[in-house]
Design a protein around this ligand. Sequence first.
Ligand code: SF4
Ligand code: SF4
Length: 414
Amino acid sequence: MFKKNYDSTGVVMMQYRKLIKNSEDLSVLGYGCMRLPTKNGRIDEKKAEEQLLYAFNQGVNYYDTAYPYHSGKSEVMLGKFIKNNKIRDKIYIADKLPAFLVNKPEQIQSFFNTQLKRLDTHYIDYYLMHMLDSLKSWEKLKEFGILEFIEEKKRSGQIRHIGFSFHGRPEEFIKILEDYDWEFCQIQFNYLDEYNQAGLAGLKRADELGIGVVVMEPLRGGNLAAKAPEKVKAKFAEYEEQRSPAYWALRWIWNHKEVGVVLSGMNVDEHIKENIEVANITIANSMSDDEIAIVNEVKEIYKSLMKVPCTGCNYCMPCPFGVDIPGIFSEYNNKYFFGGQMARIQYIGREIGIFGAGKSAANLCTQCGKCEKHCPQSIHIREELKDAHKVLDNRLMRYGLSVVARFMGPRREK
Ligand code: SF4
Ligand code: SF4
C-alpha cells in the first residue's frame, strides 16, 4: 500500500497520503507557517517567499497557518505567496478559528471574514478549531452556534473540510473526537510524546473513526533536532547509516501509517531540504527493529535529561509581568542537555536586562497563575520557574555580568 514515488527518470519524489477518504492527495510534509523567517522582528518576505516556493516546487501542497501566527502576518504572507505565484488551485490552505479568543457568537464569523481577507482567498480548504483543550472548550463553541456556522460554510464552499487542533489530556481528546463528525484533527506527536496529549492511543482512535490526522511539533520545538544533546547524537551515531536527529524524529512519525500530514515550521534552507528528503523516502511501517531500538534508547536519554517538557509553543505568553516563560524553560533544559555556563549566562542576561530582551527572568513572576491555564503540556509553570531560577541564577556571575554590561553600554530595561 505504501510505496515510494518516483518521477520518469527514477528520482524519488514527494509522497502523498489522503487525510480524508475520497479526498485529495496531500504531501506528507506540510509547511507550518508559524515560524517563517524574520528580519528586524518582521517576516522576511523575500526569504519566506523563496522558501515557500522551494517547498512547493518539491511537491509540498499543504500550508498551515493560524490567526495569531506572526501577529496575523503569517496569513497575509501565505496569501501573498499564493497570489504572486498564481497557485491557489494547486495548494491546500489550513487555517484555524482562534477558539480561545471567541467570547461572543458573532466573533466566529468576524474572525473568519478577517482570515479570508488576510489570505486573499474565497475559501479555506482545511479549517480547524484552534487549540481545543477539553470537551468544555468545544461545548463553548457549540453554544455560540459553531455547528450552524460550519454547516453554512460547507454548503457555501467557503470551508471544504473541518477539523480541530488539540493540546490537552488524552481522555479529553477522545471525548472531542467522538462528539462530532470531524473530518480531520491535528495533534502533537513525536517519539517523546507517544503517551502525552492525544498520543498514540488518540492517533489509533482517530484512525478507527476514519478521522485524518495532521501531526504538529514533530521535533518538539527543535529539541529533537539541532538542539539534541550530545548523548543523543552519540546514540544515533551508533547506527550504521549516519543521519541527523531531525531525520530520525521525522522518520519515526512517518513510520506510522495512521499519520497523514506532518507539519514542520521551517525557516532554514538546509532544514527544508532535509525534511523534504526524509518525506520523500520514508514509507509507513518501514523502520527495522534495529532502528526502533535506537529510538527507544534515545527516548530514555531525553527523559533522563529534560527538566521541563516545554515545547516552546508560546500559548502561555505574554506574561503580564514580562516573564519569558518558554525562553527560561529552554535555558533550564539546555543547562541539563548541554552542560556548561551558556544557559546560565543567557538567564542572568535576562535578570539584568541585557542581550536585547529587557528584563524577563523568573524573579519577575508574581505567581498570578494566568499562564498555567493556557499550557497544553499542563506544566506547573510557577513551580518550575522557581526551580529554574534556583538553578540558573548565580550571584557572583550576576555581579560580573552587570559590571561588563556597564562598560559595554547603557542597560536596556523595560
Ligand atoms: S504566574 Fe508568573 S509567569 Fe505566569 S503569568 Fe503570572 S506572573 Fe507571569
Ligand atoms: S510553558 Fe507550556 S504553554 Fe508555555 S511555551 Fe512551554 S509548553 Fe507552551
